[in-house]
Design a protein around this ligand. Sequence first.
Ligand code: 13P
Ligand code: SF4
Length: 343
Amino acid sequence: MIDLAEAQPRGTDLTQPQFRGARPPAQTAALAAEIRALKRQHNAVILAHNYQVPEIQDVADFVGDSLGLAQQAAGTSADVIVFCGVHFMAETAKILNPGKVVILPDLAAGCSLEESCPAPELAKLQATNPNFYTIAYINCSAAVKALSDVIVTSGNAEKIVRAAPKDRDLLFVPDENLGQWVMEQTGRPMTLWRGNCYAHVEFQAGVIRRARAAYPDAKIVVHPESLREVRNLADAVCSTEKMVTYCRTSPAKRFVIVTESGIIHRMQKECPGKEFLCAPVYDVMRMPTDNCRCSECRYMKLNTLEKLRDCMKHLAPRLELPADILAKARAPIERMLEISARH
Ligand code: 13P
Ligand code: SF4
């Protein structure tokens, strides 16, 4: 058997995406053991998003969607929160726990939705209508959260929009696709910010139609950050956590998953005997230059087991936020958690 790690030229960085999985299993196990020891040493909790690489999911205390992660962060008794996801998620954990140390494996793990909505631009738009009630998807900066009335995730957006004051003009930021989907579900008109998730808008209707034709028995499960033409072809449109529940409870045996491919790991673990097909982001006629046609979020995939170990060793990089932002961003997140918990 060829040892892939040995086969790499000297100096190759095995943490880079093209070499992921090339680390010898014994080295992965040793890293995981080191991380578990650091967790005990610091009384830390590791929270990981569903899009993280399998080996990070496997050492985490909790793996879930943005809502589940915010709920875990709100209720943790750990001294240190280690956030394996992207920057805005770690910010949310810090806003809910200003006195705790919040660290993340890679500070550069951003989000195209967050980038699309700078706080000064939002403030300018808000100034045009004092009756705006600003609903911000959690995929935004802490500064945008501080300007918002309530936060939503893909798991609770519909419920929260239904609960929004009837006499206000709703402004939804920054994901136009999620916003459009919520408008369709609730019938409530909203002004939509023109942002999107670069990874989800790559899915095209033609590819999904071909998947339907090739696997007529499969259920097609789509994330609401996807384009309307793709959502319209779905058997279910839901957050990543609800996707896992849908696949577990559905009598179907095969599923086409239209979201970031990291989620497949949980599905395979939690739904034995079922088959998961990762929807390709490219049409067969438009092959990309690399070999992988699954959708990967380049920000989520910046995190590696090595960087996780290092951040826990040094308790850095740390998430810090200005005191005024910390204070102002808390109320809209707490409002979300409160409405979410209602029956
Ligand atoms: P959820 O896991 O909350 O559905 O969100 C998906 C996502 O894109 C997170 O960045
Ligand atoms: Fe942002 Fe999209 Fe990546 Fe989620 S998948 S973190 S929305 S860029």
